[in-house]
Design a protein around this ligand. Structure first.
Ligand code: QVQ
Ligand code: ZN
Length: 327
């Protein structure tokens, strides 16, 4: 019996299939990981050393640690790059970063009332979190996860993010430029993933925008006039529970939600740099095409100096020359 039910999932007008669910020792796991295909892995014991990480335990052992906590006026926590906010654009995000001690965060979680700003702790695990928590952290099943890094020739582990989310919180659809092994410690999270080939259906913001890598489409209220191809998006879904590990391949879009009325969730992600490209093979993989598109946007933005000129130059290059239709 799963520890969750369908009423706890938000309803979207999106088609999706199931992500394969495999035991950690199934040989198909490595072939999916090494081919950048998502897979939900059971039984790895990656984070079994920290199943006791709940608000009380962490408050006891890291109460005075200063943590990054996102605060949102609604249930969506759309990430943005503050370094890309410039005076030339009006940018009014609904979520904002703040910092508070773990103790203050735990207190606000326990006393939260409907209608108050929502909270989402997103803290990189490093030595500053206190020796007790570090001692738990070193007990992760590092042999297993680093063996995957080796087999799939991923780059270096860059960071682990400790994520403590209120029930019902959402991280809207976006992609990352890293390989990701996402482990749930407590509660249940629902993921909807989309391959890089669906870039055209998900309309990520321009690279120079603070919302770079984030989809422009509001899943709760899609604007099909502005984003007509969104109706063709077809995702892959998984509900990830305690001790499960979801592999989120590099450049794959993902929407993440903590199940409603499921209590708060505790998760830890493992981000790895992309591996070195040994030999370019054609046809290129979709994620490689995304990397090329990003580089074209970056190069044009720098060459033209004003990122607002990038769109009109690309239109000039394309319309009537690479495509007959009027864009
Ligand atoms: C969440 C990633 C997911 C997390 C917030 C940022 C995380 C993410 O909502 O569970 O691990 O790639 O996007
Ligand atoms: Zn992500």
């Amino acid at each position: 019996m799963a520890g969750w039910n369908n009423n706890q999932l938000r309803k979207y007008n999106i088609k999706f299939e199931k992500i394969p669910v495999l035991q950690h020792d199934d040989p198909k796991v490595n072939s999916l990981l090494c081919n950048n295909k998502p897979v939900l892995i059971k039984g790895s014991k990656l984070v079994s050393s920290v199943l006791n990480w709940d608000l009380d335990y962490l408050q006891k052992h890291m109460s005075s640690v200063c943590c990054n906590v996102m605060v949102s006026t609604n249930h969506k926590f759309k990430y943005y790059d503050q370094k890309k906010i410039t005076p030339s654009i009006t940018f009014k995000p609904q979520s904002r970063p703040s910092s508070m001690t773990f103790s203050e965060f735990a207190e606000r979680m326990k006393t939260w009332k409907k209608g108050a700003p929502r909270l989402y702790l997103q803290q990189t695990l490093n030595n500053s979190i206190g020796h007790h928590v570090v001692r738990d952290f070193v007990m992760f099943n590092w042999d297993w996860v680093m063996s995957k890094q080796k087999i799939c020739k991923w780059g270096a582990l860059t960071s682990n993010l400790l994520l403590i989310s209120q029930e019902g919180n959402i991280t809207p659809c976006h992609y990352d430029e890293q390989q990701n092994m996402f482990a749930v410690v407590k509660g249940y999270k629902r993921f909807i993933l989309f391959p890089p080939s669906q870039f055209e259906c998900l309309y990520p913001h321009p690279v120079h925008h603070p919302y770079d890598r984030q989809s422009q489409v509001d899943f709760d209220n899609p604007n099909y006039t502005m984003f007509p191809k969104f109706k063709d998006a077809c995702g892959y879904e998984a509900v990830v529970g305690p001790e499960d590990v979801l592999y989120i391949p590099i450049y794959w879009f993902h929407h993440v939600e903590s199940l409603m009325s499921g209590g708060y969730t505790v998760s830890i992600n493992f981000w790895f740099k992309a591996g070195p490209i040994e030999k370019i093979e054609y046809p290129l993989q979709d994620y490689q095409k995304m990397a090329i598109m990003r580089n074209v946007e970056k190069m044009l933005g720098e060459a033209l100096h004003d990122p607002n000129d990038v769109g009109s130059m690309l239109r000039t290059i394309v319309v009537g020359r690479y495509t007959s239709e009027e864009l």
